[in-house]
Design a protein around this ligand. Sequence first.
Ligand code: ZN
Length: 217
Amino acid sequence: MPRIRFASLALAAAALPLAPAALAAAPLCPATPAPQPAAWVAHINEVNHGLGIPADYAARHNLVPLPEGKDLVQVPRDVYGRKVEMVAPAAAALERMFAAAARDGVKLETVSGFRSISYQTGLIRKKLKGGMSIQKALTINAVPGYSEHQTGCAIDLTTPGVPAADGSFAHSKAFTWLQQHGAAYGFHLSFPPGNPYGYEYEPWHWRFVTGSPAASH
Ligand SMILES: [Zn+2]
């Protein structure tokens, strides 16, 4: 299995004298993603080749390979009652943000948090099986290996009365609140209209960035 193979390569890397310190120093959810190990990038390429995604697709859409989140922490369950997870600093910031929103009379709800590369691959496979082209599928689901959900730093949000992952979220009181206060908790809108990544406008998708004022809240 690719994950096991990658884990064993990571262990091999950890045996190098400088690797553990370098790994420990890498912050979670950085503003600019760190370069990924060659073995992980090779795995991502292999997965995407299997889906028929052109080799230059990611580069053409300004996307860079992202790590897969580890040591995940549970955040409020999604609107369907399913478990949702993020990496620890993002989860803590989300909790503070939900509490602040509630104090302002805004109810935020989760839709989707961490998604592994294999789960993301499955989402795309399902769309292809349903007859959708890979080009269309990639405007809805991120390219595996390049999804912010894979890092455990991103979260899809909604509010009562708005369907999950629906454009009408942009017209909700919750969205206005997020635009005004999200950044104070480290959360930023990733895909505004006309974003350079080829994704549709996603008012529901917010990414936590480490080192933002969230830490002092
Ligand atoms: Zn999302």
